[in-house]
Design a protein. Structure first.
Length: 86
C-alpha cells in the first residue's frame, strides 16, 4: 500500500447518543443504506465504553462520493426521526 494509506481503514464505528445502534441501523436500511449493528466481536471494548452495541459503516473502492453523501443524509434523517418521537 501507498505510504499515505498505511494505518488507515475505510470503516467507522459510531453511536448516536440516546439511540440504540440497531434502531439507527434499521432506519438506515429502510433508506437503502447498509450498515452493521451489534458487537462486531468487540464486546470487551463495548463493556469498557459502557455501550450495548455500535453501528459500523464500511466503505471500499467501489463506493462513490455520492453514496457517502447518501449515508450522511440518511443518518441525519434517522436522528431527526428519533429525536422527533422523544
Amino acid at each position: 500500500p501507498a505510504a499515505s494509506a498505511r494505518g488507515r481503514a475505510a470503516l467507522a464505528s459510531f453511536n448516536v447518543e440516546g439511540l440504540h445502534a440497531t434502531d439507527v441501523s434499521t432506519l438506515l436500511d429502510l433508506s437503502g443504506v447498509a450498515v452493521r449493528s451489534g458487537h462486531h466481536c468487540t464486546q470487551p471494548l463495548h463493556r469498557e465504553l459502557g455501550i450495548a452495541a455500535s453501528a459500523r459503516a464500511s466503505l471500499y473502492l467501489y463506493n462513490s462520493e455520492a453514496e457517502v453523501d447518501t449515508f450522511i443524509e440518511a443518518l441525519e434523517d434517522a436522528i431527526k426521526f428519533f429525536r422527533s418521537t422523544q
